[in-house]
Design a protein around this ligand. Structure first.
Ligand SMILES: [Zn+2]
Length: 467
């Protein structure tokens, strides 16, 4: 068979790895979108590098857009095979792909205004909400740990990665020339301890390994006292100063973690009597999906569910989808916490909340995740006196605080620990994907120290024959 790498090759987005068997079956591992590459991104996403109508199956490691985001585009271009993933991944995709389509429609509107001024023809979005909805008809949800037979020669099993709700290693078994070949594709690898999700599970021995390397040269700092810091900021802001805490947060994963921490404080009677608002339609929908999948949760969450049937709901917590209700938050005079997307403050309702609250010294803007250097989230942290939002200047009087929260990706020691379930001598070749090249070279060296050999860092478009 042949493996060809069409994305996340010496970079961290656009995961797409195509397996073509001797009999001509074409299986695409992930169909992710390229992100954050400026003007280049659009062109990179429009050129898949292969004809999607020739693909038989897409096997999806997890729902993040850099792994799933081009499935509606493949559908638009004629892909009618099946998308095989875990049940939770399927459920998350049903909201994330429509959201992604919505973002693209907005982006294209903005682009086209600019193009009109330059007297250029308007462009179409890569895909629209109809494509995102229609492609969901192709999805097949499989329970984690259950082997799914695609045909009599090919089967797949997902094993938990602890990275995102539903995330799984794709364990493929392909029969060729009377021989069973095991290919494992790890997708993204989570941390050993996640506040909500189960820790990563060992996966069956493979012959060929395709594995991520995002933090291949990095060790995370020891887990900080996130929960204690969060409570301190709420007490200082809301109780002592009578202000508001504004938390920019990623809609999926991080928001549910914060709500879960606050829920526990509420159960323990430690949370002051204030209102907490989750103001993001995607976060609200995602939380519903988290509730549907207790099988993905760690023991502590399962234990909590035994006495608190809704770990994502408590007195004073309000979920807001509607724009009018969101606007009403602007006029609120009393202390409260507002959690809203996006995490880097680049888009979404959070920009309005930050603009409305950053001038008041009673308030706190609490940053809980990584912000890329050019984002509003990063600029706010530079200690400047004022900031421009929606073209208007705002003096920064609010307190700016940061909590080093957990990353969704394991560092290189955690990834090595995750791979320690494998006998590296039995692996015939290891492919490093989903990482910057320098990082991958460092990680290659780390893996060699623990017995991995024949490690390859494929370039975009590179094809490798395996047997
Ligand atoms: Zn991911």
């Amino acid at each position: 068979m042949k493996i060809q790498f069409f994305g996340a090759a010496r970079e961290v987005t656009g995961s797409k790895h195509l397996i073509t068997t001797i009999e001509g079956k074409r299986i695409l591992l992930d169909c992710g979108m390229f992100q954050g590459k400026g003007l280049e991104t659009d062109a990179m996403n429009r050129d898949l590098g292969f004809d999607p109508s020739t693909i038989d199956h897409i096997i999806l490691s997890h729902a993040h857009i850099d792994h799933s985001g081009l499935i509606p585009y493949a559908y638009k271009l004629g892909f009618r095979g099946s998308v095989i993933c875990t049940n939770a991944t399927r459920d998350l995709c049903s909201i994330m792909l429509t959201d992604s389509a919505h973002i693209q429609e907005l982006d294209v509107k903005w682009f086209n205004k600019k193009r009109e001024r330059q007297e250029l023809n308007p462009i179409e979005p890569i895909y629209d909400q109809t494509d995102a909805e229609k492609c969901m008809e192709l999805f097949i949800g499989v329970p984690t740990g259950r082997r799914f037979y695609i045909n009599d020669k090919i089967n797949v099993k997902f094993t938990n990665t602890g990275h995102l709700l539903g995330g799984g290693v794709v364990n493929l078994e392909i029969n060729e020339n009377g021989k069973k070949i095991h290919v494992a594709y790890t997708g993204d690898i989570g941390r050993q301890h996640n506040r909500l999700l189960r820790s990563p599970d060992p996966f069956p021995q493979c012959d060929y390994l395709i594995t991520e390397s995002t933090y291949g040269n990095r060790l995370h700092p020891a887990e900080s006292e996130t929960s204690v810091d969060l409570l301190r900021v709420i007490n200082e802001t809301c109780v002592e100063r009578g202000g508001k805490v504004i938390i920019p947060s990623f809609a999926i994963g991080r928001t549910q973690e914060i709500v879960y921490i606050l829920d526990k404080f509420s159960d323990e009677g430690k949370l002051p009597k204030i209102d907490v608002y989750v103001d993001s339609p995607l976060a609200v929908n995602a939380t519903d999906i988290y509730r549907l999948h207790p099988e993905c949760m760690n023991d502590e969450v399962k234990h909590t569910i035994a006495y608190d049937p809704d770990p994502f709901g408590f007195n004073g917590l309000h979920y807001i989808k509607n724009v009018e209700e969101s606007k009403k938050l602007n006029d609120l005079k009393k202390p409260c916490v507002i959690i809203s997307a996006s995490g880097m403050m680049e888009a979404g309702r959070i920009k309005h909340h930050v603009a409305n609250n950053i001038e008041d010294s009673k308030n706190t803007i609490l940053i809980v995740g990584y912000c890329t250097p050019s984002s509003l989230g990063a600029r706010i942290q530079l200690g400047m006196k004022e900031i421009s939002i929606f073209g208007e200047k705002h003096p920064i009087n609010a307190h700016i605080e940061k909590i080093e929260s957990l990353s969704g990706h394991g560092d290189y020691n955690e990834m090595k620990q995750f791979l320690s379930c494998q006998d590296p001598q039995k692996i015939r070749k290891t492919f490093l994907v989903h990482g910057e090249y320098a990082t991958q070279q460092f990680y290659e060296n780390e893996l060699e120290k623990v017995g991995f050999h024949d490690i390859q860092i494929p370039q975009k478009g590179e094809a490798v024959e395996i047997d």
